[in-house]
Design a protein around this ligand. Structure first.
Ligand SMILES: C[S@@+](CC[C@H](N)C(=O)[O-])C[C@H]1O[C@@H](n2cnc3c(N)ncnc32)[C@H](O)[C@@H]1O
Length: 218
């Protein structure tokens, strides 16, 4: 399904509106996938970690809890989502976390800097022609032996898992601009090897997760 192309200011507008209720939506539909993403990430304390599109900081909190002696960075396009993430870090006294407004398309970090890049529920709101360029940007900031963990709304494998596609068709903004996708082909085109892939549902909401590593060019 083609995504409506929400411009940056429309995304910010949508997620400024969604910020106060986002955690409730996430608890009902994304909690299990988020836990699985943390399992895929296999964080070792002391790592350089980036989460792209941190939202209200639900996954970031778990990353920072497991990485108190490392450096955890987070970016998001929407200041009001980021503000909630910052408040969560302060409330839970997470150490060595830095947050900034930023765009996944142009990460403000040097090449080969991170051991791990985590990104949840971003590609499902991007147009398909942005998948490979954004994945290449993730590859640029990853160390050659770094890991990438991705979670997105998936294409429903059963009819009952396609309810949210129907909601998207009704009005994409009801779904925060997100529709079901898969990144299998784009990961290969961007120079990643897929090490693990997992499909799960919560309240009928389908998610697909990947653990991928950069392919070394000879
Ligand atoms: C569906 S929410 C997911 C938030 C978080 N990753 C989570 O799993 O709870 C999508 C988030 O992506 C952010 N976002 C959208 N486009 C972005 C971009 N180009 N760069 C960085 N963040 C972006 C939005 O501001 C929003 O916080």
């Amino acid at each position: 399904m083609q995504a409506i192309r929400l411009k940056s200011d429309e995304i910010i507008q949508t997620y400024t509106l969604n910020a106060p209720v986002y955690d409730l939506w996430a608890a009902l539909t994304e909690r299990r996938a988020r836990q699985h993403a943390i399992h895929f990430a296999a964080i070792q304390n002391g790592e350089q970690i980036l989460e792209v599109a941190v939202g209200t900081g639900l996954t970031l909190d778990e990353i920072a809890r497991r990485n108190p002696d490392g450096q955890t960075a987070g970016i998001d396009l929407t200041p009001s989502m980021l503000k909630r993430a910052q408040a969560r870090m302060e409330r839970n006294q997470r150490q060595n976390v830095s947050l900034q407004v930023g765009n996944a398309e142009h990460l403000n970090f040097p090449d080969h800097h991170f051991d791990l890049v985590v990104n949840n529920y971003l590609f499902d709101l991007l147009p398909e022609d942005r998948f490979v360029p954004v994945l290449r940007e993730f590859k640029r900031v990853l160390k050659p032996r770094g890991r990438l963990v991705l979670t997105n709304m998936a294409l429903g494998q059963k009819r009952s898992h396609r309810f949210y596609e129907w909601v998207y068709r009704l009005n994409p903004r009801f779904m925060g601009g997100c529709r079901g996708i898969t990144l299998t082909a784009a990961l290969g085109q961007a120079g990643f090897q897929i090490d693990r892939q997992h499909y799960l549902t919560q309240m009928g909401f389908p998610s697909e997760l990947f653990l991928a590593t950069p392919i070394h060019e000879k």
